[in-house]
Every structure is written in structure tokens, then in C-alpha cells.
Design a protein around this ligand. Structure first.
Ligand SMILES: CNC(=O)c1cccc(C)c1Nc1nc(N2CCN(c3ccccc3Cl)CC2)nc(N2CSC[C@H]2C(=O)NC)n1
Ligand code: NI
Length: 185
């Protein structure tokens, strides 16, 4: 996996450019490596061995590639905490939110980011439900309706394609302020 760049690197504040199809073999390999990185980062043995921080989403600008690509790998877990089936495991190209709810949601413990090696406390309010359009590796168009955790992760990665960091959404005066109607997860 190419190195993950950290906040302060200018690429994280750039707008990523659209991806042309068909993908070059190099871009295909990079996209697959981004997804594989997430899978490995969630495996305790591998993460320990290679010193990987766990993530469920990774955007191309985070490996210094300003292209509209991100990978997500979100698994569901059974009551014993064992991995069950994937909730959303995908590599998305040229993703775009086409509509979203007024109602907002936030992770009650805040958000983390593989490019931010520090805790930035505070709620990150985001639309609770989104409708998303994207292309897959072959360039085929898809439409997806997401809510709650999957919607949060996808919006966090979409922000990276626009040069937005999760802490840009935190209320600086009152980071833990729960605005009316905000659903906490
Ligand atoms: C400051 N407090 C916090 O971060 C925070 C604190 C507590 C709870 C949550 C829920 C928090 N928040 C948060 N936790 C995550 N993980 C939980 C652990 N998990 C994981 C870990 C180990 C193995 C497998 C897995 Cl699956 C990996 C994913 N991920 C994100 N984000 C924000 S959206 C993109 C996504 C991301 O991938 N970040 C790197 N936020
Ligand atoms: Ni991030």
C-alpha cells in the first residue's frame, strides 16, 4: 500500500479529478490495493504485524492520488463479535450524492481518519440518509441508498474528494453540542 499522507499535505485539501474509463491497469491495481489495505487493517494479526491503523474507508487523495476514487469495507459482526457478512464492501469511482435527508446523524464518539494521527474530539453531524450514484471498476453506473453508519463512512470519504476533513464539520464553540433532531450512533 502506498503511504498514507497526513494532514498538512496539500493534496488533502485539493479537489480530486474525475476518473476516465476504461481504467489503466495501474489505476485498477491501485484501487484494489486501497480496498485490500482496509481488509488487512481490520485483521488483528495483519494490522499488528504491519502496524496498520484500522479503517473502514480510504480515499485516493489519502495516498496522494487526487482522483475521485474511494474504497469502503464495512463488515457486520455477530453477537460474539465475529465477522459476519459485508454490509458494504466496494470501490467507488466518480461518486456523487444525488439526494439526502434533512435529518442528521453523528457517531457519538466522534470520527477518526487514517490521515489524522491525533484525536479531534466532537460530533460530526451528517445527513442520516443519502442516495448515491457511482461507477464501478468497469465503469458501470450504480445507484445506492445508504443510512446511518454506512452513510457516515461514505460521506467522510466523499469529503476527502472535495478536500474536506471531518473536523471541518465540528462545532468549534461546542464540539459535543447535540443540535435538535441529531441522531447519535
Ligand atoms: C475519535 N473517536 C473515534 O474515532 C471513535 C471512537 C470510538 C468508536 C468510533 C466508531 C469512533 N469513530 C470512528 N471509528 C472508526 N472505526 C472503528 C473501529 N474500526 C475497527 C477497529 C478494529 C478492527 C476492525 C475495525 Cl472495523 C475501524 C473504523 N472509523 C471512523 N471513521 C469515521 S468515518 C470513516 C471511519 C474510518 O475508517 N476512520 C479511520 N470513526
Ligand atoms: Ni478520513
Amino acid at each position: 500500500m502506498q503511504d498514507i499522507i497526513e494532514e498538512g499535505h496539500p493534496t488533502l485539501r485539493q479537489a480530486a479529478e474525475a476518473v476516465e474509463f476504461p481504467l489503466t491497469d495501474e489505476l485498477k491495481a491501485t484501487a484494489l490495493a486501497m480496498h485490500e489495505f482496509l481488509v488487512n487493517s481490520q485483521n488483528p494479526e495483519i494490522a499488528e504485524k504491519y502496524g496498520l491503523r484500522a479503517g473502514v474507508g480510504l480515499a485516493a487523495p489519502q495516498i496522494n492520488l487526487p482522483k475521485q476514487i474511494f474504497a469502503v469495507h464495512i463488515m457486520s459482526y455477530d453477537e460474539e463479535g465475529n465477522e459476519a457478512e459485508p454490509l458494504l464492501s466496494e470501490i467507488l469511482f466518480n461518486p456523487k450524492i444525488i439526494s439526502h435527508s434533512v435529518q442528521e446523524v453523528a457517531l457519538r464518539d466522534g470520527e477518526g481518519c487514517l490521515s489524522v494521527n491525533r484525536e479531534v474530539p466532537g460530533l460530526v453531524p451528517r445527513p442520516r440518509r443519502i442516495r448515491l450514484r457511482y461507477q464501478d471498476m468497469e465503469g458501470k453506473e450504480h445507484e445506492l441508498r445508504l443510512r446511518d453508519y454506512e452513510a457516515i463512512v461514505v460521506q467522510h470519504e466523499l469529503d476527502h474528494l472535495k478536500g474536506i476533513m471531518f473536523y471541518d464539520h465540528i462545532n468549534q464553540q461546542q464540539p459535543w453540542y447535540e443540535k435538535p433532531g441529531l441522531e447519535l450512533l
